[in-house]
Design a protein around this ligand. Sequence first.
Ligand SMILES: [Zn+2]
Length: 388
Amino acid sequence: MTDVLLRGGLPWGLGAPADILVRAGRVARVSLSPVEAPGAQVHDVSGQLVLPGLVEAHCHLDKTLYGGPWVPHSAGDTLSGRISNDLGRRAELGVPSVARITALLERMSRAGTTHVRTHTDIDPAAGLRGVEAVREAAAASPIDVRQVAFPQHGVLTNPGTAELLEEALKSGVEAVGGLDPAGIDRDPVRHLDLIFGLAGRYGTHLDIHLHDGGTLGGWELRLIIERTKALGLRGRVAVSHAYALGQLDEAAQDHLVEGLAEAGVAVVTAAVYDFPVPPVKKLRAAGVTVACGHDGIRDLWGPYGSGDMLERAMHVAYRSTFRRDDDIELALEAATVGGARALGLDDYGLAPGDRADLVVVPAGSPAEAVVVHPARTLVMKDGVVLHN
Ligand SMILES: [Zn+2]
């Protein structure tokens, strides 16, 4: 494997131009003085910012219509309208489609994304078709794609789903999902016991969609914290959306943030539409891992989403009313090392020994990279330059 030398870039966090030598898929040296590397492939990235590869921690690849003709959104304004629109038009539009997923992964890779965690629908009607389609597209992509077996239409209220979730985990799906244990399944204790049981049995990660808001959502977060601690699943549990965290009063919020930190539960936000965004700054100050993702990307749930995680970081920063550079950097952290931590990836960053998943952008600072989200000039995965 050829060594690669990135000459003169600005590694995030270093504060000065440096040479980065990559060897055998890892960052070998980060040096303020010029590195001599005979035989290395050299890329001059002077004046440009070098970031760790972007991590998309929450999307739905199996649902995407990306890469095909524009499909005008046809659902009504209610959740039930969106669910019936999704179920009703899938066959007509060929969802899930390996070609569409492939097109989206290609777009994501060009935009510097090196890891993706995607929630794949599992239910008796779809079976494991989505899991197989995502697997097929992922096998041909340089992106490291991990799936969450996602019960989009409920577990307890949709007989046969629990067995399929287990089948998905047996087949190698990396995480088990959940969905509004109260709002959809109407029995939070049983719902959570079931999915935590699966995660414990199969040694997988767990990522729960929690839209349930207010005190109800807050109470469900406590149930998640309790189970994470009881089963010793620190670092393997994430709550996606967690609207309640953004809605509760300060005291209730503080109490939950402390609990999440203590249990090692990550929070994943998409910052879409006008849905509540968890308090990113407070969560980070308490040591809670914060990650982000697009949620749907151009699908039957909505027409938005570009696959660009710097643009998504901008939405997270904007919705969090971040203006100062150091605040905006928290959103970039969620789109890089925060996402990596949520996915359980070790050695993620720009230090010697870290995996060489890197992206170069023509920006003078991390905050500028987020706000402008310019075209990527170089993308590297496992020490190999994929795009430049
Ligand atoms: Zn989602």
